[in-house]
Design a protein around this ligand. Sequence first.
Ligand code: UD1
Length: 424
Amino acid sequence: MTTLTIRGGRPLQGTIRVGGRKNATLPLIAATLLADGTSRLENVPQIHDVKVYRNLLTGLGARVDWDPVNGNLTVHTDGVRPGEPDYHLASSIRASYYLLGVMLARYGEASVPMPGGDNIGHRPVDQHIKGLTALGAEVWVDRGIIRARARRLRGTSVYLDIISVGATIQVMLAASLAEGTTVIQNCAREPHVVAVANFINACGGKVTGAGTDTIRVRGVERLVGATHTVIPDDIEAGTWMMAAAMTQGDVTLQNVIPTHITPIIAKLREAGVEIHELGDAVRVIGRGRPKAINVKTLPYPGFPTDAQSQMTAMLSLAEGTSYVTETLYEDRFRFVPELVRMGAEIRVEGRTAIVKGVERLYGAPVEATDIRAGAALVIAGLAAEGETTIYGMEHVQRGYEKLEQKLLALGADAKMQRQGAAVV
Ligand code: UD1
């Protein structure tokens, strides 16, 4: 168990660099397996989920070189053979499901345990299975393992019944080596969908339309490894922005693409937070308590579900009552009782949290139940009076790089500990 102890109440001040986007990096690492030879990913974040993915690839026969200082990850795929990824590793993260489409497209067979990841509600993979089946694969679930095979995938039309980032990327990855053209409709439009399309194209693929609701993939015979720079993490940026606002601080975030975080910037401005867009940086100044606002999570370019917990934490200190509606995951308010321990006044009715802003939060022992819930408790702890200890920080380490280092750089009084010893 890893804990973070924060003595709160200090405004965050200073400059930090946002890392590469987790939800772009994981499918990109999987995508390297589509290509012959060597691929190099730059600006890869130093987070737990990336470590898991590196080990998954190594287990499948890839040679993976990792340079944590510069965030460069090099994957040599010549030794990869079809096989089953390590069960415990693969089932511990959700994004392992990308190995299904990739291995199927490249080797004609794939097996992946039913994915794990955060416990935030029912997370089916029916649209992934629908897409791969439409491409001509035989897909079945055998004692918790999803298995698929196909001699060669065939291009087709795939209409996704719901907007799913995972299913959009899955079908795009698989279709890149299929025979003929695939048209995917009702696609997710997140910048990380575009990033994966860009990587496939850099490897010699033919993907158009990523970033719109219709993606067209002309399958090619072969892809060849390429170099790609991972886009900045929108959610990490958003989390620090809300931390700055909540502690009434003044924080500059480098390595940000402001257009990718438009929904977060817009809602923070609505709450009265001062934000300056400075090219590839943003400066966030919290002057006084934020104002109450209403927020509803939606697929991109709507407000991201992955920033909902942090926004709810921030609004717990707002002037007035806010309504936060979660439309994607039914269990994404599990952090609310923890915030209430800290003095927040929040009532959950169905999919909406009614957040009555209070003047101050108080430090308390609390438990992170998932990565973003943990992030919300961290920023609440930064703003609270007194000491907060957050248990279950391993959830947060799945997706936030150099957290303790960045907290200290911004002047926070924070200490991460693992079974009594400091985490480096
Ligand atoms: C990804 C992200 C996660 C983020 C989410 C939405 C990764 C590893 N995780 O998760 O951080 O919160 O996007 O931005 O990238 N659904 C189905 N059937 C499917 C697939 C999805 O019903 O086959 C539903 C989900 O339950 C959810 C919605 O569609 O309600 C969106 O899910 P999706 O975009 O696929 O998210 P994930 O890939 O789970």
